[in-house]
Write a protein that binds this ligand. Structure first.
Ligand code: NAP
Length: 256
């Protein structure tokens, strides 16, 4: 039996525009679909333009509006162009979800400079670049929601993931600092820390590993991308306007 997806929360985001990085698959795709279901126009960002079109088509076939923006989150020019494209086409940018992320897992003695730098560049620098570019637009609007996807590995360490944990812990510190800077401007900045979610990123771990992991998760199931997406929708909503600088874990109780 596959692990179940959660019920969908009902939030009205009509008239708003969102940008989701890493929207071509996995958690980012589920977030893009969920925000579009709630009425937001969604700009879907990733490097693989063809895969992005699949997310855009899924949103369109459900009656939503989406745009594919091929962009490498590690490159400043590419990020600035993506934000300019959205604001030029749609006139505003209300919600940014920094979700693009990679792993390059290995134990520290075997970790190359590239293993470390690539993970920091995508996960942490990418979050910085999109947040900075979006903030300039949001400050002018006096409204914004920024949601950064961290990880339980950013809250506590994980063997073989020192690079990834550092990037995800960095996202938490970044989120808290920027939240303080923007709290007086009606812009909230929060992080979501997923536990073990079934996506391409975790598919390499194999069924035996997953069965073992399931036993150690208090909820006794692995998370689905939709579990994370529904939390993001809540944080993106006006209902969450007094929540900022927080980290919400979506992990079935793993970190309790
Ligand atoms: P995934 O299936 O591997 O998807 C990653 C996404 O990021 C893809 O759309 C990928 O598209 C995009 N991406 C990677 N590098 C990029 C770059 N340089 N520029 C633009 N886009 C880039 O991963 P996932 O499991 O959905 O994870 C999504 C986020 O959740 C990540 O930040 C991950 O660290 C976090 N997370 C996942 C889990 C989990 O258990 N799955 C747990 C905790 C946290 P392209 O390759 O086409 O660019």
């Amino acid at each position: 039996m596959p692990d179940p997806a959660p019920a969908q929360i009902s939030v009205d985001l009509s008239g708003q525009t969102a940008l989701v990085t890493g929207a071509s698959r996995g958690i980012g795709r589920a977030i893009a679909l969920a925000l579009a279901r709630c009425g937001a126009k969604v700009a879907c960002v990733a490097r693989d333009a063809a895969k992005l079109q699949e997310t855009v088509a899924a949103i369109a076939s459900a009656g939503g509006t989406a745009l594919a923006v091929a962009c490498d989150v590690t490159k400043r020019e590419s990020v600035d162009e993506a934000v300019t494209k959205v604001t030029t086409d749609w006139g505003r940018l209300d919600i940014v979800v920094n979700n693009a992320g990679i792993t390059r897992d290995t134990l520290l003695p075997r970790m190359s400079d590239e293993h470390f730098d690539d993970v920091i560049a995508t996960n942490l620098r990418g979050t910085f670049l999109f947040t900075r570019a979006a903030t300039l637009v949001m400050m002018g609007q006096r409204y914004g929601r920024i949601i950064n996807i961290s990880s339980v590995s950013g809250i506590r360490g994980n063997k073989g993931q020192s690079n990834y944990s550092a990037s995800k812990a960095g996202i938490i510190g970044f989120t808290q600092s920027v939240a303080l800077e923007l709290a007086g401007r009606n812009i909230t900045v929060n992080a979501v820390a997923p536990g073990f979610i079934e996506t391409e990123m975790t598919s390499v771990l194999g069924d035996e590993f997953k069965d073992e992991a399931r036993k150690h998760i208090p909820a006794k199931r692995l998370g689905q991308p939709e579990d994370v997406a529904e939390c993001v929708v809540f944080l993106a909503s006006r209902a969450a306007s007094y929540i900022t600088g927080q980290v919400m874990t979506v992990d079935g109780g793993m970190t309790v």
